[in-house]
Design a protein around this ligand. Structure first.
Ligand SMILES: Cc1cc2nc3c(=O)[nH]c(=O)nc-3n(C[C@H](O)[C@H](O)[C@H](O)COP(=O)(O)OP(=O)(O)OC[C@H]3O[C@@H](n4cnc5c(N)ncnc54)[C@H](O)[C@@H]3O)c2cc1C
Length: 338
């Protein structure tokens, strides 16, 4: 097919969408060619709060969608194809994409930009570990605060909780007491009030007791409220650690090898528990070697090989990734999943 327009835009990331909106609003017949989906890199942004005019954080997807709709309202047309060539024919540009020809008076190339690698020794090794290309994207920020130099208690106070690969449970305390410890950052630590058994402290203590018991139920340990931790099974202690971390009311929960050392039944139980935690609104990040669990559970997976990032994506993308297959999954993996 042959198309004709006044303005042709290649790429529908934020730049292409903005150009489309202004071009169409200026009454130019505008066509946008995009090979993926309108939004470009912004589709990867979970919470975007630093675009001009954006007061309340929006997802990159929502922002891109409203930019696309706005451009369409002004008359811009969107074509899904990959641009293969741009040539000049007389006074017009001819763009070839998806087997079609687009003749245009003006072309805007908005195919995005990538950071420039310096190519110096150490750059790859330290990228993401001190060397960064985008201070905001790669920065150690959480809720707008730098967290790389904060003491662990401050990091926890911001809403980051964790469990440990080698259990860090107080074995001489009961299960319930262990969970209550997780809430200590939220407690009133006034020594005088404690010494005189202040009524408000007693009430807070009771409420905490109930809250901890509720969390024990949530992780499936309601039968072990008063059990001493050193009498509990390894699998139960793993769940106890999750309950203790949840007592902090975290926004982000890091699980360090939650399935390590568990039998298949216990692994399934932990798998279900992690789904429940995520469904309750807590973001879960887990480090795990149990590939079956990782693949079935994760929205996004980041694969490391000797400390270096090998791949990042959904389970389906990771299964097809040649580098991951070579390093971990074995030659049959891609076929198995298709
Ligand atoms: C994870 C992440 C988080 C980010 N967070 C923020 C943030 O919080 N705030 C912020 O301001 N910025 C953020 N950015 C950066 C921001 O997303 C980019 O600056 C912005 O998307 C650049 O817009 P663009 O239109 O120039 O390019 P892109 O978004 O890269 O869009 C280019 C488009 O061109 C298309 N394209 C390329 N080649 C062709 C072709 N041959 N044919 C057809 N189409 C083609 C691509 O498919 C793509 O959709 C983030 C980026 C990432 C990856």
């Amino acid at each position: 097919m042959e198309y004709s327009c006044e303005l042709l835009i290649i790429g529908a990331g934020p730049a292409g969408l903005a150009a489309a909106q202004y071009g169409a609003r200026a009454n130019l017949k505008t066509i946008v060619i995009e090979e993926m989906a309108a939004g470009g890199q912004s589709l990867l942004i979970d919470q975007l709060e630093n675009y001009p005019g954006i007061l309340e954080p929006v997802s990159g997807y929502d922002l891109a969608e409203s930019m696309r709709v706005q451009a369409e309202r002004f008359g811009a047309e969107f074509v899904s194809a990959s641009v293969e060539s741009v040539e000049k024919e007389g006074s017009r540009f001819v763009v070839k994409a998806g087997g079609d020809r687009f003749a245009a008076e003006a072309v805007i190339v908005a195919t995005g930009a990538k950071h420039r690698h310096l190519g110096v020794p150490g750059e790859d090794t330290f990228a993401g570990r001190g060397v960064s290309y985008c201070a905001t994207c790669d920065g150690p920020f959480f809720k707008g605060k730098r967290i790389d130099r904060l003491p662990a208690s401050e990091v926890a106070r911001l809403g980051l909780a964790r469990t440990f690969q080698n259990l860090q449970v107080c074995l001489n305390m009961t299960a319930l007491e262990n969970v209550m410890v997780g809430a200590h950052l939220r407690l009133d630590r006034n020594v005088l009030k404690a010494a005189f058994r202040w009524p408000s402290l007693r009430r807070a203590d009771q409420a905490l007791h109930q809250e901890a018991a509720e969390l024990m139920r949530f992780v499936g340990l309601e039968h072990a409220l008063e059990a001493r931790a050193d009498a509990m099974s390894y699998g139960a202690l793993k769940r106890l650690e999750i309950a203790r971390a949840l007592a902090m009311k975290p926004r982000l929960l890091f699980l360090d090898e939650p399935a390590a050392g568990l039998n298949p039944r216990e692994t399934l139980e932990i798998d279900e528990l992690i789904r429940k935690v995520a469904a309750s609104g807590v973001t879960v990040v887990l480090v795990e070697h149990d590939m079956k669990m990782v693949m079935s559970l994760s929205d996004r997976i980041l694969v490391l090989d000797y400390g270096k990032k090998l791949a990042e994506g959904t389970a389906a993308e990771i299964r097809q990734d040649p580098a991951v297959i070579a390093a971990y999954l074995g030659a049959g993996a891609a076929g198995e999943t298709s």
